[in-house]
Design a protein around this ligand. Structure first.
Ligand SMILES: Cc1ncc(COP(=O)(O)O)c(C=O)c1O
Length: 439
């Protein structure tokens, strides 16, 4: 070996290291294959092919510094098209997207955020973990927060309103936006359960200043875990982006000065992995097909249900914008709902109750003791200590009676997107059979 240093033109002493095995290789791909549960014959054939393959680079599962086109980036682009916003940020969950949205708006100690009494706990828990105070308001027959309830709850501390498009159907966004705009309060749409829905021809998640989507396994379109934040506002997008990546700042000029101002602060890590990005991308491309499948099945089932005195359906704020993932029926009272529910289930109808006063559930405010009892993770007692004595909202288990009454009378029929006409007829037939006995 020559003594001349490589830096001075000599031969490289360690220029031909490797080859190295890929970081993630065949074994990991085979684990993934397991998840798809294919037939043993197909699995064996694919395994054989994978075993025999010698020419592969292995995946790069981190969205940044990625030498290949990023699936997460492609999913963000696809979401922008689906929702119709200028910007989109992929996150590892909707919970993360909500925190990023609150933080992007600068929400913190002493601020209030208006949330509905009926939503998955994440909507309000993230207000508390962002050090702000959730103000919980009643829902109406849309099963979403009502504009009237919002208006009554606005105070000098209100920094955002978060309508939740529950169970795939839009909140009454025209009235909600009117109230919010009148008071100059930004609206964040919790669109966790309603990807692909719309109100007044505008996609859900594009009406308020930001939209937050969940792609966890139980949502309309899914990637196992995952979320997206959509917005038309560059400043909010940049702030959410920074919060989502420990403020390592993937701004166009990463190490540059603050281009828009208010961009440098410490954040967390909510990055989506390329694995989720790939599944999300495929699902976003199928969103129209999935949502139209739900809608067609729901229409067929609903239209075939007979007229019953005492049966009402959930009010859908915009029928055209409903994703159709479920059909909610209101029975005349909670007792009847409790009798009808097991009878429907015994017939094989995929359905459930929404609220039973004896069964705990994270979707109704009266079980959120963490909030109702002003619980805090630390001795600073935040967020509650951030508001002067006597000025905290007065929470109680019965403060939103309309929500509890409606939910206790409700039965929710799950609608799959690939139900055949025959399946739809069986479901509506079973509903008619049972309701003719009980109503
Ligand atoms: C209305 C609503 N908001 C937020 C979330 C949180 O979503 P993720 O599970 O993606 O964090 C959910 C999930 O169930 C939800 O239903």
């Amino acid at each position: 070996m020559g003594k001349e240093l490589a830096i001075n033109g000599g031969p490289k002493a360690a220029g031909d290291l490797g080859p190295f095995p890929t970081k993630i290789g065949k074994k990991e791909l085979l684990e993934l294959l397991d998840l798809w549960e294919m037939s043993p014959e197909t699995t064996a054939r694919i395994k054989e092919l994978i075993d025999a393959e010698t020419d592969f680079k292995g995946p790069h599962l981190f969205r940044y510094y990625n030498p290949r086109p990023s699936k997460v980036l492609a999913a963000e682009e696809a979401m922008k098209k689906l929702v119709g916003t200028e910007y989109c940020l992929a996150t590892n969950s909707c919970t993360s997207a909500l925190v990023a949205a609150y933080r992007a708006l600068g929400i913190g100690v002493g601020d209030e955020v208006i949330v509905p009494a009926y939503t998955f706990f994440a909507t309000s828990a993230t207000v508390v973990s962002s050090n702000a105070i959730p103000v919980i308001v009643d829902c109406d027959e849309t099963l979403c927060m009502s504009a009237d309830a919002i208006e009554k709850a606005i105070t000098k501390r209100t920094k955002a309103v978060v309508p939740v498009h529950m169970r795939g159907a839009p909140a009454q966004m025209d009235a909600i936006m009117d109230v919010a705009n009148k008071h100059g309060i930004p609206v964040i749409e919790d669109t966790a359960q309603a990807a692909g829905g719309s109100f007044g021809g505008k996609s859900l998640g594009s009406i308020g200043v930001m939209g937050c989507f969940s792609f966890d396994y139980y949502k309309v379109i899914v990637s196992g875990e995952g979320g997206f934040l959509t917005t038309d506002d560059k400043r909010l997008y940049t702030r959410a982006l920074n919060w989502h990546d420990c403020a390592a700042c993937w701004r166009p000029d990463r190490f540059g000065p603050e281009a828009e101002g208010e961009e440098l602060f410490c954040g967390e890590n909510y990055r989506m992995s390329e694995l989720e990005g790939a599944v999300a991308l495929a699902q976003i491309k199928r969103a129209d097909e999935i949502v139209s499948g739900h809608r067609a099945a729901k229409k067929m089932i609903k239209n075939a249900i007979d007229d019953f005195a005492g049966l009402r359906f959930r009010r859908i704020a915009d029928e055209k914008g409903d994703t159709g993932i479920c059909l909610v029926m209101f029975l005349p009272n909670a007792d009847t709902a409790q009798k009808v529910l097991p009878a429907l289930q015994a017939e094989g109808v995929p359905c459930g109750g929404i609220y039973d006063s004896k069964v705990r559930d994270w979707h109704t405010y009266n079980y959120w003791e963490h909030i109702l009892q002003y619980k805090s993770v630390a001795s600073d007692k935040l967020p509650w200590s951030g508001v002067p004595e006597g000025e905290l909202p007065k929470y109680s288990k019965d403060m939103c009676p309309n929500t509890l009454k409606l939910l206790s009378q409700a039965i929710l029929v799950d609608i799959e997107c690939n139900l055949s006409d025959e399946d739809c007829a069986k479901i509506s037939g079973a509903i008619n059979k049972v309701l003719h006995v009980y109503l």
